[in-house]
Design a binder for this molecule. Sequence first.
Ligand code: NDP
Length: 248
Amino acid sequence: MFRLDDRVAIVTGGFRGIGRSLCVTLASQGARVVAVDVLDEDVGHGTVVEAKDAGGQVELLRCDVTNEDAVFEAFEGVKKRLGRLDILVNNAGIARDMLLMRVSAEDIEKTFAVNVTGAIYCAKAAIRPMMRAKSGRIVNLTSVVAELGNPGQVVYGASKAGLIGLTKTLAREYASRGVTVNAVGPGYIDTDMTRNLPEEAKDFMLAQVPLGRIGQPQDVANAVLFLCSDEASYITGQVLRVNGGMYV
Ligand code: NDP
């Protein structure tokens, strides 16, 4: 179940954090995975090694998802080299946390550029081969914050809510072409993004998780794998929440 043999997948933000786990998990199920990230390839080396240990293969590609030309070129290169593109996971994301009073235009611009505009550029670059093949999977990483709200995350929360609108719209736009588009909404997950939070913020978050533990990147990867698989072919336009019950 949930095998992805011969599929080609692009995972943005795949050099570390949840993205690394997504790459390793998809590759372990047979997909040829390309991890796209702005970071130095040295950072992404861990993704390659972990995938190899899991019996899979990941290649690294440096690309900034906020640059439409760079995205188009990167995706064209993947299609030429690997012959197809079946799966896109829009995982690249940034969070600049602050109260509304301190938010600057640059914070808003940068956060939306990566979290929303970048996802749109990637979907735009990926949709043509999927339409031609009459099959494809797009999964967008949103957040529990989009639906629950969280003080200090006004810009991030708005951007992640934008991704839910994007997901539902694309789902309707491409259903007739055999492409499903869904979102995965992680709650409080153990990555660098959350490890750097102040201790009291971590305690506050944990207290809101009915299952009583912080989520692991693998918990998120399992949900993304499912949505990318043939077994999820009748699911589109949905948000699959991976949050330990934080938002029900
Ligand atoms: P990380 O910050 O650990 O990883 C995100 C990756 O995306 C980084 O490698 C980052 O590079 C990369 N990235 C940032 N900007 C760009 C860009 N312009 N082009 C390409 N890649 C880029 O985040 P997480 O692994 O924690 O989160 C992954 C996703 O899950 C994000 O969308 C996040 O919002 C979402 N999420 C995470 C939660 C959590 O608890 N961790 C909870 C809910 C949602 P760089 O380091 O240079 O920024």
